[in-house]
Ligand binder design. Structure first.
Ligand SMILES: C[S@@+](CC[C@H](N)C(=O)[O-])C[C@H]1O[C@@H](n2cnc3c(N)ncnc32)[C@H](O)[C@@H]1O
Length: 276
């Protein structure tokens, strides 16, 4: 449908598994005329849509489309009277540049809505058996970008607090930078770190290491994108809760191949297989 005024809805696609989009997000997606989507969006969400699909994804170092061009596309489609969905991985407002795009729409008087999503920042750790808070262990969570802008070289790493969990998004490329910075800010060398790669998908892999060994173990595990890092004492809960990880992922991906879970300790690597 093309009316006089279109509108833009920012929809969170969830952390990986297409089942983890919200009901509202899914309904709005199904009614869209055009969908601008990112690289972390699961293709199954787009399969049967009766909408024009525009890939505007970005991967580290490979910007398919500059941010300004994406924003101007949203404006153009909305001014054409179309129902536009801007579909982003996880929650659209968590390190997703939704604010910038929405501000431009607001300046131009173009209606928009935000439909929150399940952020990978909490979902990927949870599905790896790591709750980001746990009574008596951690009562605060700090989600931060490990990606450095040229004009903002410092990462926003808070000083160490034993009851705060850090979740670093875009954690892989800069692990050689942030892990020494953690030590400088008082984080214990043996504090556990878990890398969660492709969380909430059949490819999910988890590497458990320490602050001191994070860079070396991430390198030897040859992790790829998307990967986040959880830093804090909650990582140790995985020993008791990870049994649930295999069962959950198996039930969600019935035809998934054998899933490999890697657990690294200071002494070396241990690989476990979890048949589907
Ligand atoms: C630009 S941020 C966007 C985050 C997104 N808005 C969210 O709420 O999940 C992208 C980063 O999120 C993390 N990420 C997204 N999906 C992930 C997943 N399924 N497993 C692990 N990390 C993920 C990775 O660190 C990735 O580099």
């Amino acid at each position: 449908m093309h009316g006089a005024t279109g509108r833009v809805v920012f929809v969170g696609a969830g952390p990986g598994d297409p089942d983890l989009i919200t009901l509202r997000g899914w309904r709005i997606l199904c009614e869209a005329d055009v969908v601008l989507y990112d690289s972390l969006v699961d293709a199954r969400l787009l399969e049967d849509l009766d909408a024009e699909l525009v890939f505007v994804g970005k991967r580290c170092g490979d910007h398919h489309m500059p941010q300004e061009a994406i924003t101007e596309l949203l404006v153009r489609f909305a001014r054409d009277g179309r129902r536009v969905v801007r579909l982003k991985g996880g929650d659209p407002t968590v390190l997703g540049r939704t604010g910038e795009e929405a501000l431009r729409l607001s300046q131009l008087g173009i209606p928009f809505e935000i439909v929150p999503g399940v952020s990978s920042a909490v979902a990927a750790p949870a599905l790896a058996g790591i709750p980001v808070t746990h009574r008596g262990v951690a009562d605060a969570v700090c989600i931060l970008s490990a990606h450095r802008q040229e004009d903002e070289p410092e990462l926003s790493i808070p000083p160490y607090h034993p009851r705060t969990t850090l979740v670093l998004l875009m954690a892989l490329q800069t692990v050689g930078t942030w892990s020494p910075q953690l030590l400088e800010r008082g984080y214990p060398a043996d504090l556990p770190v878990a890398f969660v790669n492709a969380g909430a998908t059949a490819r999910q892999r988890v590497v458990v290491t320490t602050v001191a060994r994070a860079a070396a173990d991430a390198r030897s595990a040859a992790l790829d994108s998307p990967t986040l890092a959880v830093v804090g004492r909650v990582v140790s809960l995985r020993d008791k809760l990870a049994a649930y990880e295999g069962a959950l992922l198996r039930s969600r991906h019935e035809d998934a191949p054998v899933m490999h879970m890697l657990a690294f300790t200071a002494g070396g690597a241990r690989e476990e297989s979890c048949p589907s």
